[in-house]
Design a protein around this ligand. Structure first.
Ligand code: GDP
Length: 320
């Protein structure tokens, strides 16, 4: 039986910060048809790192609810190479939006983090209670610290000002609109492009970074957007909520699955000079399941539809 939402979105004005990104665009797609007005990002000059810009923008558009899908994001290499950008930009973006939302009386706010907020050696699958129980993974600690501060700020506004603001922590996401640039992307889009290029050039193998043994969990961005809209409508509590599939896969096996979907039948060469990152980060999705939401997109199907999307983007296929 469908759950009656505690915060129905019909008639609400919603701003999705970061709506041109993969996650924000998926949230906007998911919100269509729910009877809410989605506020478009009209201003090309809006720099979310600048408090004055964010204040002027929010005072002008006055949303009832905000989803913060805006962030400086990137894969293992980008995180490791640009620590200032990942720490400072994310702190600024989230602090400006959350603080201004409170000052102008925004009713509901959903802040997004990621599974890298958890300790590197957390017990698997990782429950929400594992937050701040151990050392972070070094390669993405900058991003993680910013996102942990965001969770705490959301909780602080709830405690000090009674704001009905919440946080969700999605696992590794992929899908249409993903970043396919080898220097800054996450593993899944990188492997899609590598397998595609290897097939197109008749190469015998493609290169996979690290040992191939780390395990990662992957969720299609449309599944994630569905979960986020569910939480926005139904969840109101201080603790953040994990958004995952409950399954993970070794990077080497992921490379095999991507090769199968793309139709590349060559081998895999492991580049051990590249970092592995955390050995495993599988989220427990029990809390979300108890609330009444479960994922729908199987990994192979999701990779297939993402590859179809990739094939329709000549500008991405032509990247050097
Ligand atoms: P992480 O989840 O923060 O570690 O970020 P990534 O998605 O960038 O990397 C996940 C795992 O995939 C790491 O163990 C990487 O070393 C591995 N990996 C294998 N090949 C690639 C690749 O071509 N690009 C990226 N970004 N990661 C790769």
């Amino acid at each position: 039986m469908p759950i009656e939402p505690t915060y129905p979105l019909a008639g609400k004005r919603i701003w999705v910060a970061g709506q041109r990104g993969m996650v924000g665009a998926a949230v906007v797609r998911r919100l269509a048809g729910l009877g809410c007005a989605i506020i478009p990002d009209r201003s090309p000059r809006l720099d979310l790192r600048r408090q004055a810009d964010v204040e002027a923008w929010l005072e002008e558009v006055r949303p009832d609810a905000i989803v913060i899908a805006a962030a400086r994001v990137g894969g293992i290499l980008a995180n490791d190479s640009y620590p200032v950008d990942f720490l400072e930009d994310n702190l600024l973006i989230q602090t400006n939006i959350i603080g201004t939302a409170h000052r102008i009386g925004v009713e509901r706010l959903l802040f997004l983090g990621s599974s890298c907020i958890y300790p590197r050696m957390a017990d698997q699958p990782i429950t929400e209670a594992a937050l701040l129980t151990g050392q972070l993974e070094e390669t993405n600690q900058w991003y993680a610290i910013a996102k942990i501060a965001g969770i705490k700020l959301v909780q602080a506004y709830r405690r000090q000002h009674g704001r009905d603001y919440i946080s969700a922590m999605p696992t590794n996401l992929y899908g249409p609109g993903d970043n396919f640039d080898f220097n800054s992307s996450h593993v899944l889009p990188a492997l899609i492009r590598k397998a595609h290029n290897a097939k197109a050039s008749g190469a015998e193998s493609m290169t996979v970074w690290g040992s191939g043994t780390p395990r990662r969990e992957f969720m299609h961005v449309d599944d994630c957007a569905d979960a986020l809209v569910f939480l926005l409508q139904n969840y109101s509590d201080a603790e953040h909520v994990n958004v995952g599939t409950g399954d993970d896969i070794a990077i080497r096996d992921l490379a095999g699955l991507v090769s199968k979907v793309v139709g590349f039948d060559g081998g895999i060469v492991l580049d051990s000079s590249r970092p592995d990152g955390t050995p495993r980060k599988l989220l427990s999705n029990e809390k979300l399941a108890r609330l009444g939401w479960t994922p729908k997109v199987a990994l192979e199907d999701g990779i297939r539809s993402t590859y179809r999307w990739f094939l329709e983007q000549p500008s991405i296929r032509a990247l050097a």
